[in-house]
Design a protein around this ligand. Structure first.
Ligand SMILES: O=C(O)c1cc(=O)[nH]c(=O)n1[C@@H]1O[C@H](COP(=O)(O)O)[C@@H](O)[C@H]1O
Length: 251
């Protein structure tokens, strides 16, 4: 993936094409990337995605969270790859064979259609869920244990990284190494409402915990000044460490 200007993907969760296009035009050159997900795609489809990405001129995370039999997911990844997203995703709970098929489909589609290969990430446990919600699905271990197990499965199945909450970022960074991408929603600047998110941290805390990318939606899009909100979130991020050997001569 080409380097981003910063790690923040802004989620444009709306069914309204004009609203999404206007928002992309307003914040597209401030944020690191734009995320379009199920709400927008179900209403506006591929043409809508193309229109928003032209308006925003920022890398696209196409968040469709595929979870189906391997053949169906491979076909969906193939179709998604043609839209030239930087990132696509599937649910890790779809299992090893499904994730292997997804990774292979991204590689093959990129070669066939002469487009960049997107990163394929696996969603572990949704950031809107806590232990009780997870237990309700029949999984009795605590959320962090389930996230660690799904991340291991995802890495062994050829995923480029996972979607997790910032709460799990530091342990996954230690478990899975520095090359495995960690993309974290569930990010809220100080003073923002959690909304339906249950495992949250601030943008700075999430990056310090080891996140590579942050997904932030409503704290920007529902703000009365979305550009200002995005700029202030980005200004407060810790600066990346300078490369080794690049220290200034202080004499
Ligand atoms: O895959 C995702 O992007 C995702 C995974 C997850 O576990 N939690 C989560 O919130 N998301 C997405 O991240 C965005 C978060 O939006 P806000 O809660 O408005 O910041 C939404 O578009 C969600 O669909």
């Amino acid at each position: 993936m080409t380097p981003l200007r910063n790690p923040v993907f802004c989620a444009l969760d709306t069914t309204d094409l004009n609203k999404a296009t206007r928002m992309a035009a307003r914040i597209g050159d401030t944020v690191g990337g734009i995320k379009l997900g199920l709400e927008f795609f179900t209403a506006q489809g591929r043409k809508g995605v193309e229109q928003v990405r032209k308006a925003g001129d920022a890398p696209l995370f196409l968040d469709l969270k595929f979870h189906d039999i391997p053949n169906t997911v491979a076909g969906a990844i193939r179709a998604a790859t043609q839209l030239k997203p930087a990132i696509v995703n599937v649910h890790a709970a779809g299992g090893r064979v499904m994730m292997e098929a997804a990774a292979r489909a991204a590689t093959e589609a990129a070669e066939e259609f002469l487009v960049p290969r997107p990163l394929v990430l696996a969603v572990t446990v949704l950031t809107s869920m806590d232990d009780e919600d997870l237990a309700g699905t029949g999984v009795d271990r605590p959320v962090p244990d389930q996230v660690r197990a799904l991340a291991e499965l995802a890495q062994n199945s050829g995923m480029d990284g996972v979607v997790c909450s910032p709460h799990e970022a530091s342990v996954l960074r230690a478990d899975r190494g520095s090359a495995f991408k960690l993309l974290c929603p569930g990010v809220r600047p100080h003073g923002s409402a959690p909304d339906d998110q249950k495992r949250i941290m601030t943008p700075a805390e999430a990056l310090e915990a080891g996140a590579d990318y942050l997904v932030i939606g409503r704290p920007i899009t529902a703000h009365q000044d979305p550009e200002g909100a995005a700029q202030s979130i980005i200004a407060d991020l810790p600066k990346p460490a300078a490369p080794a050997g690049n220290t200034e001569d202080e004499t």
